[in-house]
Design a binder for this molecule. Structure first.
Ligand code: NAD
Length: 338
């Protein structure tokens, strides 16, 4: 039933059943790296809870999954505090919703004391892995961690140190926290699951869970064998860098020695964004790594800072989620048989 036609009482009842359900799915996904349902089932239920809470703001509870970065900190791994939190991303599922996000943001920016009113977006692929943070002191890799609950992550320095794509020393002696995604390439995932099945072990549900399970490991040797890769795309504080744009940040991170995804594009307007989406939706199946959408980010870094974030997501970025890949495969199969 559309939320606009609901009474607050009915909305409260539905929200009260959605919250524990989402929490339970979240625990299985984040704590055990073993999802009970497909992501789009989770996403649709989550979007419904957001819609209910938006229509009836009095229904928002502090413990609602909409108010927290999803994730957990495993008790047997050491903890790391993220002084600047690692956030999630708001998401949309249609170009219309994306245009609404753009209209809202441009209106907000117009009221800010900023010279960036005519800002561009940087379009990036949304890599289907798990978020990591890498700390460098005077250019030396000193600590690596998971996002955890956003404020407290898990210390997985030794695991991350085994990844060839993570530089142990930067080309400049900077003290920075660089953030990005750790993922398992599609082929490595297929090979790993084939091996596991041959050994009578349970296969991983998807590359994201395989990557998370492989990183959050007490046995560093296991991580080293899992062929994990990284794409870094963010920094906790941009001051030490020369650049002042998101697209420039990706270039500067690459110069410093990080692995970055080369497919980003600066978009001047929403038609450019829509073209980027079409382009990568078509290429998705042929990429060596999984993506579950694209992310658009206001390009000027000072503008990102001025706009800020909610408790859970930045206000200057949004993810456009692709439809689940299985559905596309089915459509393609049908086309084949016609
Ligand atoms: P999210 O994964 O949808 O989006 C935020 C994350 O995107 C960031 O933390 C970052 O790790 C990642 N990301 C990838 N590429 C990026 C880029 N270029 N720039 C910025 N960030 C990038 O949100 P979330 O809060 O981490 O998790 C929610 C997701 O987890 C949903 O997609 C949901 O389907 C899934 N989930 C599934 C279940 C389940 O049971 N199947 C349960 C809980 C959550």
């Amino acid at each position: 039933k559309p939320v606009q036609e609901m009474t607050e009482q009915a909305a409260a009842e539905e929200a009260a059943t959605l919250r524990p359900q989402l929490r339970k799915w979240g625990q299985q996904y984040y704590d055990a790296d073993n999802p009970a349902v497909e992501d789009d089932v989770y996403d649709r239920n989550y979007a419904r809870l957001v819609a209910l809470e938006t229509a009836f703001p009095a229904l928002v509870t502090p413990d609602s999954p909409t108010q927290h970065v999803g994730g957990s900190v495993r008790g047997d791994l050491p903890k790391v505090n993220h002084d600047i939190p690692m956030l999630s991303l708001g998401d949309v599922f249609s170009i219309d919703e994306l245009r609404e996000f753009n209209d809202r943001l441009r209106k907000d920016v117009a009221t800010e004391d900023t010279t960036d009113e005519g800002f561009d977006y940087n379009c990036e692929l949304k890599i289907d892995g798990l978020a990591i943070s890498l700390r460098y002191e005077n250019g030396k890799f000193v600590q690596g961690s998971t996002r955890g609950n956003g404020s407290i992550g898990e210390d997985i320095t030794d695991n991350l140190a085994t990844l060839p794509s993570i530089p142990k020393k930067l080309s400049r002696p900077l003290t920075i926290d660089v953030r990005g995604e750790c993922y398992m390439p599609k082929q490595a995932f297929l090979d790993l699951n084939a091996r596991r099945e041959a050994e009578g072990k349970a296969p991983f549900a998807n590359p994201r869970n395989a990557a998370a399970g492989s990183l959050r490991q007490l046995h560093v040797q296991v991580t080293a064998e899992r062929k994990l890769e990284t794409f870094m795309y963010n920094i906790a504080d941009y001051e030490p860098l020369d650049t002042r744009t998101q697209s420039g940040l990706l270039d500067e991170l690459a110069e410093l020695g990080f692995s970055t995804n080369p497919t980003y594009q600066v978009a001047h307007n929403m038609d450019d964004v829509a073209a980027y989406i079409d382009q990568y939706q078509a290429k998705r199946a042929d990429l060596a790594y999984g993506i579950d959408g694209i992310v658009i980010k206001a390009n000027p870094l000072p503008l990102q800072r001025a706009i800020g974030a909610t408790v859970k997501v930045p206000r200057w970025a949004i993810a456009y989620k692709f439809p689940p890949e299985e559905v596309e495969t089915v459509v393609r199969d049908i086309e084949w048989t016609v």
